[in-house]
Structure formats: C-alpha cells, structure tokens
Design a protein around this ligand. Structure first.
Ligand code: ACO
Length: 364
C-alpha cells in the first residue's frame, strides 16, 4: 500500500494581528427616515442603532478589504508576501468569479498563494477563522489572512422599512499563524436549512440581470430574532464548554452585531459575569454582515479594552441560516489606543504575558 506524505501538524495557531475599515459616509437614523416611514426613537429602541456607515463608490469591497488587511498585517508585523493563504468571506461581491480573495492577494503583493472566497453571510468571519486555524495547525499553510468584507448598502432596498435601517458596510481582517500553543479554540458551527426562507434575495442574479433591477436582501425579522436568541445562546454555551472555559475566564463577548436586543436576550440566557466586556458596535456601525465581529473587536481595541491574551468569544449567524463561533486569545494592542482607519504603529510584542493565559484545547 502506498502511503502519501502528509504535512506535519503544529501545536497550535493564533491570531497575530487584527485590522478593520469603517467607511466614511455616516447615515443617521433621521437621514434614514427620509426613505422609510420610521423614527430615530423606534430604530434605537428596537435595534440599538444610532447611526451606520455606508461606503462611497471608491470604497469598494476590495478597497475596504485591502485597508483592513494591511492594518492586520501591520499589527502582526508581517507583509503581504509573507502570507501563504487568503480567505475572503463576503456575500456582496457581485461577481460569481473570479474570487475577490485572488484580487486581494494581488493588491497585497502576496505572490502565488492559494486564495478563495467563502459565502457564510454574517457568520463568514468565524467560518474563515475556523478554516485558517485548521489549515495552520495541520501544517498545510503557514500564515493565513482572513478578511470579511461587505457592502450591504448595495443590496438594501431603501423603500423596505423592515430592513433598510439595519444594514451597513465595512471590512475586518485577521492574520492567523503558527503558535507554540493553541490560541484559537474549537469551532462550533452549523446550519439550519429549515430557517432558509427567513433571509434571502428578492431576485437571483440572473433575474436581476434579465429584469434590469437590483437584487435586494429581504428578511422575515421576527423568526430570525426568535431563532437567534435561543440557538445562539445555546451555541455560545457550547463554544465556552468546548474551549474549556468558565464564564469568569471570559474577557470579551463579541456576538454578531445584528440587534442589541438579541445580544441582551443572549446575556439574560447566559448570565455572564459583569466583568465580561460585551461588544455593542451596532450602535455606530449597524449590521455590517461578516465584518461585524472584527469591526467590533477593533472598536474594543481602540477603547483600550483589550489586553494581551484576552479571551474573546465570538459568535456569528446569518442567512442560511448558518452560524459559527469560537474563542480566541487576542494579540496585544498595537498601540494603547489606535485611531480607526489609521495604520497602527509597529506592534509592541511583550516578551511574555505577566500571567500565562488559559490554553485552549485543540479541535480533534
Ligand atoms: N419603523 C417603525 N415601525 C416599524 C418599522 C420601522 N422601520 N418596521 C416595522 N415597524 C412596525 C411594524 O409595522 C409593527 O407594527 P404593529 O405592531 O403596529 O404591527 C411593529 O413595528 C413591530 O414590527 P416587528 O417586525 O415585530 O419589529 P421587531 O421588533 O421584530 O423588529 C427587526 C424588527 C429589528 C428587524 C427584528 O425583527 C430583528 O432584529 N430581527 C433579527 C434580524 C437579524 O438578526 N438578522 C440576521 C442577520 S442579517 C443578515 O444575515 C444580513
């Protein structure tokens, strides 16, 4: 029997750098109410959103992804040519092929590394992180860039009062590389096809082209809301259990920024200690799909709320319905508080954390 050679597994992988890009155009709730019959008060009460950011024409998904990726590379102290793989999670790259990841690899000067897109809606960042972690730990790839980028404004129907106020644009990125111990925990992920009809497109691309009309996102908000509050609290419990962490060992909780009331409901189910910092970036950024988790982590960095080795539980969910989440131990901040959309300064890399952070178990 022939035995084929295998790559040599590594002891672990880690997030070495994070970056994000927030588009420049700010849309307040009052501006939103020019287009839909709603009010600032209703939107704040029902979702927590105060304003959202939409990309200008020059802020393409590629441009936003490249900015976020460059910041993550700077944070990791790496350059594009040191990457061995590029994964992009997006649902608004409007071309079926080629993959956006290949263009991004070109823009970053990566050389001929593997590059591919994944479609996992608002769970896309956690799906990409799970793939990168597995590929690095198995020894298949060295340093892998995971980017989540979407322009949901391109797919938003400004006359649809059930969705228009929610969606927004942005990009976030992480560089994953080898680590002497596991710093990305086991992924908990899945899909629920029975919930498929709750979120979708008004037209498929072929219909949109033949009818000369744009395809918009449509959503049946209430069933998604009900599903998210129970299924995502359960997924969060499983993520914590599989990572071997107790709630008091958690520093940051970063759920997908879909609705502050969903986050509140999850917190009621989970009873996390007050010491856990909970991401609320939806207030300023709206629902930015897959990029909402790295954008939220970026905000926490800039607010000085992330220390070296912080235990961060992420959980994303969205159209499919699909979900994914894991715990990661975060890298030290690049600077004490960095400005968004500014390249962080060269990363300070402490020789060793004062106290050894918890070690996360491998995914078998
Ligand atoms: N402004 C004012 N009133 C409104 C608006 C609006 N924009 N939209 C609906 N209403 C009214 C309705 O007509 C209804 O009035 P009625 O009671 O007189 O009949 C009332 O407000 C309540 O409407 P609901 O649809 O029940 O509002 P709900 O509280 O469910 O909030 C929302 C809607 C915010 C969409 C919520 O259902 C939600 O957040 N769902 C989950 C979204 C989500 O998590 N999506 C997943 C990811 S998205 C992705 O994958 C891209």
């Amino acid at each position: 029997m022939i035995a084929l050679p295998q790559s040599s597994p590594r002891p672990g992988s880690a997030i070495l750098g994070l970056g994000a890009y927030e588009p420049s155009r700010v849309i307040s709730n009052d501006q939103m109410c020019q287009w839909i019959d709603s009010s600032d008060e209703w939107i704040r009460q029902r979702t927590g959103i105060v304003e959202r950011r939409w990309a200008e024409p020059h802020e393409t998904i590629l441009a936003m992804a490249a900015s976020a990726a460059q910041r993550a590379l700077d944070h990791a102290g790496l350059t594009g040519d040191q990457l061995d793989g590029v994964i992009v999670a997006t649902v608004t790259h409007l071309e079926q092929t080629p993959a956006l990841a290949v263009r991004l690899a070109g823009a970053l000067g990566c050389g001929p590394c593997p590059a591919w897109d994944i479609s996992a809606a608002c769970a896309g960042f956690c799906y990409g992180l799970a793939q990168a972690d597995a590929l690095v730990r198995s020894g298949v790839l060295g340093h892998v860039l995971v980017v989540a980028g979407d322009r949901l404004s391109d797919m938003t129907d400004l006359t649809d009062r059930s969705t228009a106020f929610l969606f927004a644009d942005g990009a976030g990125a992480a560089v994953v590389g080898p680590s002497p111990s596991p710093r990305i925990g086991p992924v908990v992920w899945g899909s629920d096809p029975a919930q498929g009809p709750t979120i979708g497109q008004t037209l498929d691309w072929a219909e949109a082209v033949s009818q000369g009309r744009p395809a918009h996102l449509r959503m049946d908000g209430q069933p998604v809301f009900r599903w998210a509050t129970t299924a995502m609290a359960d997924a969060t419990r499983r993520i914590m259990a599989d990572s071997g962490l107790t709630p008091d060992q958690l520093d940051l909780f970063v759920p997908h920024q879909a609705n502050n009331r969903i986050t509140d409901s999850m917190l009621r189910h989970l009873r996390l200690p007050e010491s856990v910092q909970v991401a609320r970036s939806i207030q300023r950024l709206g629902n930015t799909s897959a990029s909402s988790i790295p954008l939220a982590i970026d905000q926490l960095y800039r607010a000085g709320q992330v220390k070296e080795g912080a235990t961060c539980l992420m959980v994303g969910f969205g159209a499919g319905l699909v979900y994914a989440g894991q715990v990661a131990l975060l890298p030290a901040p690049a600077t004490p508080a960095r400005d968004q959309n500014q390249s962080p300064a060269a990363p300070e890399r402490p020789a060793a954390p004062a106290t050894e952070p918890p070690t996360l178990p491998h995914q078998q």
